[in-house]
Design a protein around this ligand. Sequence first.
Ligand SMILES: Nc1ncnc2c1ncn2[C@@H]1O[C@H](COP(=O)(O)OP(=O)(O)OP(=O)(O)O)[C@@H](O)[C@H]1O
Ligand SMILES: [Mg+2]
Length: 339
Amino acid sequence: MSETADSVLSIRNLKTYFFLDEGTVRAVDGVNLEIPKAQTIGIVGESGCGKSVSAFSALRLVAEPGEIVEGEIILHREDGDVVLTDLDDEGEQIRSIRGKEISMIFQEPMTSLSPVHRVGAQIVEAVELHTDLQGQDAMDHAIHMLERVGIPDAPRRATEYPHELSGGMRQRVMIAMALSCQPSLLMADEPTTALDVTIQAQILELMRDLQTEFDMSIMLITHDLGVVAEMADEVAVMYLGRVVEQGSVERIFVAPKHPYTKALMRSIPGIGGGRKTELHTIEGSVPDPFTRPKGCPFHPRCEEAVKGVCDVGDRPELIEIEPGHDVACVLYREEAVDA
Ligand SMILES: Nc1ncnc2c1ncn2[C@@H]1O[C@H](COP(=O)(O)OP(=O)(O)OP(=O)(O)O)[C@@H](O)[C@H]1O
Ligand SMILES: [Mg+2]
């Protein structure tokens, strides 16, 4: 795993569970992840593997019946570390971090937009809270951000309510808001899925520009491996609440190690002969969230599973098999760098 010194955020053995009447959903079940400074890390994996819940956990937005039950999330600042998992989730400290140092583009725009306030005023509120800009200066900045995300006639649009905007426009307003205070870490959860390709390209370019301008780190959660290939420096692959492989985008796309990653990569057109871009083409389906297979949770679907090895014992740990490339699979146990 990359060194903490190069990370803006470290997630260590994070476990976030939902306690339901039907049982416990182990949404995030031992995630280890380093978010590199001023780079983009793509987070991929099938629906339900815990990508969004990992991001919510960092912002301390997990609500009842969910709970962070174990692990640490550490924000690395110039002037020292802040252990986010130690903070009161309603307290002043996390509020000053949310939307300022760490901001999030949510999968569902209405999660972060208030239906009863004009969109310009909502951006202004964040800007006034987190920066020195106030009053008209804050509004000018909000309008400038709306223009940067490609909203035509931004001064007028700023006076509208979310319901007066199309879905794609709401998404762009949320992106403008997320970027308005120059976060050091942007968590973007399917930021462009709802947008048409032209706008998508524009938004990705804007994220890249701001990344260079402000040394911003981006945690990019997406099902679109094309976007990951284009945007990411690093990739983390998740399966059933854990990271099963992390490495540079070149390694993950060209020489994936984990059988799950290999299967994901085969589903991209042009790589491995697959034709579909979606990830759901892998044999078998994800086990139900209440019960986990013994041993490696991927073994029932794995083409390379070894009987008596992969279906017994604990889940394989993430081990470094070459500098900066980690895999959680028994097939590579002997290749551990420090073994
Ligand atoms: N509020 C909640 N209550 C109960 N279970 C939840 C809740 N939020 C998430 N989960 C469960 O936690 C697991 C992980 O969910 P999460 O939203 O992180 O998946 P994801 O990887 O983001 O999937 P997708 O790609 O579909 O967005 C899933 O099994 C989901 O059903
Ligand atoms: Mg999600």
